[in-house]
Design a binder for this molecule. Structure first.
Ligand SMILES: [Zn+2]
Ligand SMILES: [Zn+2]
Length: 249
């Protein structure tokens, strides 16, 4: 088969190109490729193909998945079949060749955190993701527990993480409560968002920061007691932003 070169066609002059909303609702980079495609005696010049767009998982086992195409170019090919300038096998082979070329490029770049065709097609439902379901559910439950506590600052006047102690009113605590973006109103949405988070957890380096842990005064006393060394040294420190009123001994 004759080879086709797929060259990146720089469509946008601004750095970074065009940003679109990706399958997971996060910003994705629209990529535009221009390919002159010859099928039989018909040539479709400068035909556009697009990457970075949203594709339904229902067709992910079919060749060509993950690539969008300029429909008018496809029409020209169909017309060429009708007039016997090419045949349907040649058209199909050409489109598959382009899709596979683009997929090799994306896998080389680690698009969607993927290094294999299967992981590229994962929507939070591959075997690796399924193995992490319990972990991600546990993380979400803990995040929800902390956010719930945050609603009652009188009951939970302190918040901790690592070595740091904050007042519950500290802006750093507030920021940490907002760090995990996935909240939803409906069960269906909840499941969809869970799968997005699961996929990110499994296939990418994305790790959401856990909110600071709000504590009651009694819980805080215990937390603090566990962080006093044998020689009386303290393994905790008050936040410099909110300067919580705690005894340092
Ligand atoms: Zn997966
Ligand atoms: Zn603070």
């Amino acid at each position: 088969m004759q080879s086709r070169s797929v060259d990146r066609y720089v469509f946008a002059t601004t750095a970074g190109g065009i940003t679109v909303s990706g399958w997971d609702g996060l910003p994705a980079q629209l990529e535009i490729f221009t390919v002159t495609v010859t099928v039989g005696s018909e040539t479709v010049p400068d035909m556009r193909f697009y990457g970075g767009l949203d594709h339904h998982p229902i067709r992910r086992e079919i060749q060509g998945w993950g690539v969008a195409v300029e429909l008018a170019g496809v029409m020209q090919m169909l017309d060429a079949i009708t007039t016997a300038k090419t045949d349907i096998g040649e058209v199909r082979a050409a489109l598959v060749d382009i899709a596979e070329t683009l997929e090799r490029k994306w896998l080389g770049e680690g698009v969607r955190g993927a290094s294999t065709p299967d992981s590229l097609r994962c929507f939070g439902d591959c075997p690796r993701c399924e193995a992490n379901v319990a972990d991600v559910r546990r993380i979400r439950a803990e995040v929800n527990r902390r956010r719930e506590r945050y609603q009652y600052p009188d009951r939970y006047p302190y918040a901790v993480s690592g070595r740091s102690v904050h007042r519950i009113t500290c802006r750093e605590v507030k920021r940490s409560m907002q760090s995990l973006g996935f909240t939803s109103d409906t069960a269906e949405d909840e499941e969809r968002l869970f799968r997005i988070e699961l996929r990110a957890y499994t296939h990418t380096d994305v790790r959401h920061e856990e909110p600071r842990l709000p504590l009651t005064p009694e819980e805080f006393d215990r937390w603090r007691a566990e962080r006093v060394g044998p020689q009386g040294g303290l393994r905790y420190q008050p936040c410099k932003i909110c300067n919580p009123d705690i005894a340092l001994a």
